[in-house]
Design a protein around this ligand. Structure first.
Ligand code: ZN
Length: 195
């Protein structure tokens, strides 16, 4: 489990993994701990995520930390006055300016905690996540459970081949899979079968 380093300098943390791996829960856990430590916190997310949010795992219990939708990464800079810990959720959907913004925030002695999908449904690195992972002091990869065999899963397997990289709000469209089960599924899709 991730333990926060104790200093007043800025740094970057990335929590990455597949869908249903608990990335957002881990982000919220860290931000909540910062809140308990009486630090000023704020979580940002890309505005496109608002619809997705309604069906998402962000649980509305005591754990709930409100997130702040922004149109672009540079808008974050307008809302961080006095904020010591900055959370960024669904980072893979942000524009390519995000890594530079995160660096800037960390250089301003702010702690930046980023959560995002590391791979898309094709198994390719997603958006700015590779850059963020390279630049971060700390990277945590969290895993889901393979819905086919119960192993540790790192892929977000999508049942439908149609549509682009971004397809939101359709939970039954995806399931977490391990490498072996993901490959089997992709091979079957190539043959034209659904699963
Ligand atoms: Zn499996």
């Amino acid at each position: 489990m991730f333990i926060e380093p104790k200093n007043n300098k800025g740094w970057i943390e990335v929590v990455c993994g597949s869908m249903f791996s608990g990335k957002t829960e881990e982000l919220i856990r860290r931000v909540k701990r910062a809140k308990i430590a009486k630090l000023q916190v704020r979580i940002f997310k890309p505005k496109m995520e608002t619809r997705y949010d309604k069906v998402k795992v962000v649980s509305h219990d005591d754990n709930y930390v409100d997130s702040f939708p922004v149109d672009s990464s540079d808008e974050i800079l307008n809302w961080v006055d006095g904020i010591e810990v900055i959370g960024i959720d669904e980072a893979q959907f942000f524009d390519e300016g995000l890594p530079a913004i995160c660096n800037q925030l960390a250089n301003m002695d702010k702690r930046v905690v980023i959560a995002g999908l590391d791979m898309d449904f094709k198994g390719a690195p997603f958006g700015v996540m590779p850059q963020l992972m390279a630049m971060a002091e700390y990277v945590t990869k969290v895993h889901a459970i393979c819905m086919q065999c119960g192993s540790v899963a790192q892929y977000s397997y999508r049942f439908s081949k149609t549509g682009g990289q971004v397809q939101l709000g359709e939970k039954d469209l995806y399931e977490p899979r391990c490498r072996a089960c993901y490959l089997i599924g992709m091979a079957k899709q190539k043959e034209g079968k659904r699963r």
